[in-house]
Ligand binder design. Sequence first.
Ligand code: MUC
Ligand code: MG
Length: 367
Amino acid sequence: MKITSIEAIPYAIPYSKPLRFASGEVSVAEHVLVRVRTDSGLTGTAEAPPRPFTYGETQASIIAVINTIFAPQILGLSALDREVIHARLGRTIANPTAKAAIDMALWDIIGQSLGVSVTQLLGGFADRMRVSHMLGFTAVDQLVAEAERVQGTYGITTFKVKVGRQPYRLDVAACRALREALGDDVELYIDGNRGWTATESARALREMEDLDLTFAEELCPADDVLGRKWLASQSRIPLYADESTARPAEITREILGGAAHGISVKTARTGFTYSQRIVYQCEGLGVEVVMGNQIDSQIGSLCSVAFGAAFASTARRAGELSNFLDMSDDLLTEPLRIEQGTLRVRENAGLGLEIDEGKLQHYRQDL
Ligand code: MUC
Ligand code: MG
């Protein structure tokens, strides 16, 4: 299973509705499809979503780092040489989604070669996950209408609400309206994408104490080291770290530093290899996790559910798996379907990702 080529294909598919949040906005999915080919005839597929406001990567930088640095370093190695491959990728700092896409494509190849799904290979805990839906910034009446539509159409009962605006009371009012409209049985949590200071976060959390929020993610920047620790020491709502913990060492820093209580795991940035290490690290520390979303397409969402369903700790809570619903189209031959609030893994060998070549021809940007 020697790696013979790595393709990095840019494509662009517009969102039918942009997602807005404190650190940015996404209106077109300008992603990079990654295909790793081997001399055994097996091809692994995954993708990298550029998020410059989170990791500094762009579509052009992902393609450049794969073509000029990563591919030359790993061509000729076996898809099974994972530690060697990661040691070589690790010589280059950052570039998390480019590395993660290569990693997930390798697991796809290994699963195919063994005739088992990646979920079975990783742990095989469940065949589906409950889905959590992400609600971006919009007027309160539209926010409530979207949550009700998503609940009615897909049976989703867990919502992550984007917060982090100025003044923070805008977000408090939005969360209050959602709780009043959706009732007590719906699960709500918030994500600030570093939009508030620690003191704004503390005031906002105090004003939302009666809303039964499950947790609050990345409210203020991790570089506000003492502020974040101060916030975590007094918050009655557990604080989760997302973009501040893209590497195992950052998890150690945030958790042992007393600045976070839980971790968002995203396969788009840590692939399967490092996401697995992170899940074990969190289990060892007694720290809860949630499967997060990098505003993934159906390809990324399938990777995420394949991983999240594999472990008891990741499958326990609803995973963020529905951002693709806001895309105007996608690249899979067989679209993902969320039914009764859940998304199933594909039982095919590997990831079960079959790309519609006609759609890829249509949306790819390099021809
Ligand atoms: C999230 O959980 O933060 C928004 C920015 C990003 O990097 O990911 C999304 C969702
Ligand atoms: Mg987040």
